[in-house]
Design a binder for this molecule. Structure first.
Ligand code: 5GP
Length: 186
């Protein structure tokens, strides 16, 4: 069975950018496409960035046991579909999940040998500037995400690997080293 890599940490910390860099360096990795009930942002494509589901459909799939993990985040549902993991794991393809902290905790139980990496901001202030600077969310949404982030940061000690995203090239190097080391030893 191939390895699962969970990349978690607060919204705006740079998980997406780091994962893009990671996958360029280690092209054998594949990214799990999550399901969500939030609406698509400009430029996001259904089935590529997310599987965008209506709340009732998301709930139906929760009841059907289709999710490996799922969580509510800032008033919306997000989850990893079993179908995104199973075939790849059996085919020996290592999979990357980009998920928030509650989901990472669930994966710790359902996929105990998953490697979990927490991406931390240098400070909450830097996180605020990044969330405002990326201009993807309304100001109220930025505030909601910062409130969640304050809580999420307290989860940091639960994680074996913590990468502080202060300098992007350095953080990417550290993340790549962690993942490459596990891939080599599997
Ligand atoms: P966004 O709305 O910015 O795309 O995502 C909000 C948060 O949900 C981010 O922290 C992101 O990592 C997380 N997220 C994305 N997909 C999933 C998922 O499948 N499960 C969980 N638990 N969180 C997810």
């Amino acid at each position: 069975m191939a390895r699962v890599f969970v990349i978690t940490g607060p919204s705006g910390v740079g998980k997406g950018t780091l994962i893009r860099g990671l996958m360029e360096r280690l092209p054998q990795l594949e990214l799990s496409v999550s399901a969500t009930t939030r609406s698509a942002r400009a430029g996001e494509q259904d089935g590529v960035d997310y599987h965008f589901l209506a709340p009732a459909e998301f709930q139906r799939r929760v009841q059907a046991g289709d999710f490996v993990e799922h969580a509510d985040y800032a008033g919306r549902s997000y989850g990893t579909l079993r179908s995104e993991l199973d075939d790849r794991m059996h085919a020996g393809i290592p999979v990357v999940l980009e998920i928030e902290v509650q989901g990472a905790r669930q994966v710790r139980c359902t996929v105990p040998d998953a490697v979990q990496v927490f991406i931390a901001p240098p400070s909450l202030e830097v996180l605020r500037e990044r969330l405002i600077g990326r201009d993807t969310d309304h100001p109220e949404e930025v505030e909601r995400r910062l409130q969640v982030a304050t809580q999420e940061l307290t989860a940091q000690p639960e994680f074996e690997h913590v990468v502080v995203n202060d300098s992007l090239p350095e953080a990417l190097e550290r993340l790549t080293d962690i993942v490459a080391l596990h891939l080599r030893s599997d």
